[in-house]
Design a protein around this ligand. Structure first.
Ligand code: ATP
Ligand code: MG
Length: 158
């Protein structure tokens, strides 16, 4: 079914702020409010939550995390989660969405997790004909973007 993800994203940020308590991330939403998506709301919510919670979990307090939802030139749209955290070394990127794969560093080790989150994200996107792209640079930050094709995106009328 068609739905507007803007409220969902706002809601996820509110939830993340409650859960992360005083860890003090700066969470921002930058969404095109009339852009709708065709899909299963519960599945997409869990995928976007995974990306947002990862960004909070693997970056230090004070890090800015931005969720953006915007149309792309091809007529589709992209949901991106950006952080200016520590980034991920390039040799990990290819394997990051494998089940149970975790970056072997102190940060991942002292944060619990099973390494399933991104495998789930990839699977959910596959079911929506979407694509997950991961861009990251050590010392600069990471961007996880979910691109949806034109047939799964529309402008709401009114
Ligand atoms: P789970 O999601 O199952 O609780 P997890 O978070 O370890 O466990 P994934 O979400 O699949 O598993 O992430 C895989 C690994 O990618 C993480 O262990 C972490 O090392 C790295 N990672 C994910 N997101 C980020 C990020 N925003 N910044 C830095 N590293 C990240
Ligand atoms: Mg995770």
């Amino acid at each position: 079914t068609w739905f507007n993800p803007t409220k969902m994203l706002r809601n996820l940020i509110d939830e993340a702020e409650l859960l992360s308590g005083d860890r003090g991330h700066h969470l921002a939403l930058d969404a095109e409010p009339d852009l709708e998506i065709l899909g299963t709301e519960t599945e997409l919510r869990s995928a976007f939550a995974n990306l947002l919670f990862n960004a909070i979990k693997y970056t230090p307090a004070g890090t800015r995390v931005t969720l953006s939802w915007s149309a792309t030139d091809d007529g589709g749209a992209t949901l991106a989660v950006d952080d200016n955290g520590p980034g991920i070394a390039s040799h990990h990127l290819e394997r990051l969405t494998e089940r149970f794969y975790r970056v072997d560093d102190a940060r991942s080790q002292d944060r619990g997790g099973t390494g399933l989150g991104l495998a789930i994200v990839k699977h959910v996107l596959l079911r929506h004909q979407g694509q997950l792209q991961i861009d990251s640079e050590l010392g600069v930050g990471s961007r996880f973007s979910c691109h949806f094709p034109p047939h799964a995106v529309r402008r709401c009328e009114n």
